[in-house]
Design a protein around this ligand. Structure first.
Ligand code: PLP
Length: 386
């Protein structure tokens, strides 16, 4: 008998993607800045309540635009967690910045914001905060630090669409914020992203940078007769084919997140006793954080993590680990020009397992995973205790 794999991620259609795509021949517009791009933009502004939003071809692109917008120059320093995706750092390194990596806090997989201030120097230009798994950092505190030290705050909210800090959506706290619509995220269009703008001074220039450094946007609005090269820029826009797909996902976003959250909570209830038995730690959700069920992860003893992963994979459960911390990666060492000792980042990155989570996961799959874990832990005995 061939056993059915419980796969890690299964990107799904929300319903109207193909219908929207078929309607494109009505508009005869397939590049960026078309009908569906405008619909997606309005949806973001209305629902997330940011001042402006531009649709781009990835979260990576949105981060690169951010680095250009805040005028990063060679030698400027940018503070961020080491435990993040490479794009968070790459965008600023491309403009010559030196990256200052911050360790994780004790409870979540977000950076320890108490370590930020002692890392601020005359060269510091910005703080980039990542909301890992869609769970926010203490934004009141981080906004205060940024204001007091006159630094730009950028939220890499790639994983955090419709997550909240207290009663406000993530992506509305930074001068700039970024979303990802990669197929691995809650809401997707294959690949895509958005730049959210909360500091009004960036609105005009952001669309110029997105449109290859031209004033194409003014031309589209018939404000100028020709468009030409006015600033730095690149080809960052999202095409209409992807935007037509994305719009269908966005209007179902709250429903999609609720379904993910239900699965997340089922995992949590099923695994709770492992935590009481000191075999694992479950995710900690601070009181101020209302999150979107992006990732269900567990933290187990470092010494058994790889064995448990292999055991699950061998039994057709496609669980995964996550980032190799940037400060330990070959290019991270060059970009930070320094050797780091980030104890909690090292420990947690070697202890994490992410469980399969997507809309086709069934309760029976999760119970199957739980039974496998019970079997594994009984084989390991006291070696598995935290
Ligand atoms: C996924 C992700 C990105 C990159 O998103 P793309 O849309 O693939 O460019 C950046 N930062 C974080 C934290 C992510 O999770």
């Amino acid at each position: 008998m061939i056993k059915k794999k419980i796969i890690f991620n299964l990107p799904k259609l929300a319903g109207n993607e193909l219908k929207n795509f078929n309607s494109l021949n009505k508009y005869n517009h397939y590049s960026s800045n078309g009908y569906f791009t405008k619909k997606c933009k309005s949806w973001l502004i209305k629902n997330i309540k940011c001042k402006d939003a531009i649709l781009v071809n990835s979260c990576t692109a949105a981060l690169e635009i951010s680095a250009i917008l805040i005028d990063i120059k060679p030698g400027d320093e940018v503070i961020m967690p080491s435990y993040t995706f490479v794009s968070t750092a790459n965008a600023f390194v491309l403009r010559g910045a030196k990256i200052i990596f911050i360790d994780l806090d004790k409870e979540t997989l977000n950076m320890n914001i108490n370590l930020i201030e002692k890392n601020i120097t005359k060269k510091t230009k910005a703080i980039v905060t990542v909301h890992y798994a869609g769970i926010s950092v203490d934004l009141d505190k981080i906004v205060k630090i940024a204001k007091k030290n006159k630094l730009f705050l950028i939220e890499d909210a790639a994983q955090a669409i419709l997550s909240k800090y207290k009663d406000r959506y993530l992506g509305t706290f930074g001068d700039l914020a970024t979303f990802s619509f990669h197929e691995t995220k809650n809401i997707h269009c294959g690949e895509g992203g958005a730049l959210l703008i909360n500091n009004k001074k960036f609105i005009k220039r952001a669309s110029i940078i997105k449109d290859k450094g031209t004033n194409r946007n003014d031309f589209n609005k018939k404000l100028v007769k020709k468009y030409y090269w006015v600033d730095l820029g690149s080809s960052y826009g999202l095409n209409e084919i992807n935007a037509s797909f994305l719009y269908s996902q966005l209007i179902s976003a709250k429903k999609i997140n609720n379904s993910r959250l239900k699965i997340w909570k089922f995992y949590y209830r099923q695994f709770k006793h492992f935590e009481s038995e000191k075999k694992m730690l479950l995710p900690f959700i601070p009181n101020y954080s209302h999150f979107n069920g992006h990732i269900f992860y567990i933290i187990v003893k470092k010494d058994i993590r790889n064995r448990l992963l292999n055991f699950l994979n061998k039994n057709y459960v496609m669980a995964l680990f996550h980032y190799v911390p940037l400060h330990n990666s070959p290019f991270g060492k060059i970009a930070s020009k320094k050797r780091y000792n980030l104890e909690l980042t090292d420990l947690k990155s070697n202890s994490i397992i992410r469980m399969p989570l997507h809309l086709s996961i069934k309760k029976s799959d999760i119970i199957k995973i739980k039974k496998l874990m019970i079997k594994f832990f009984s084989q390991e005995g006291s070696k598995a205790l935290l």
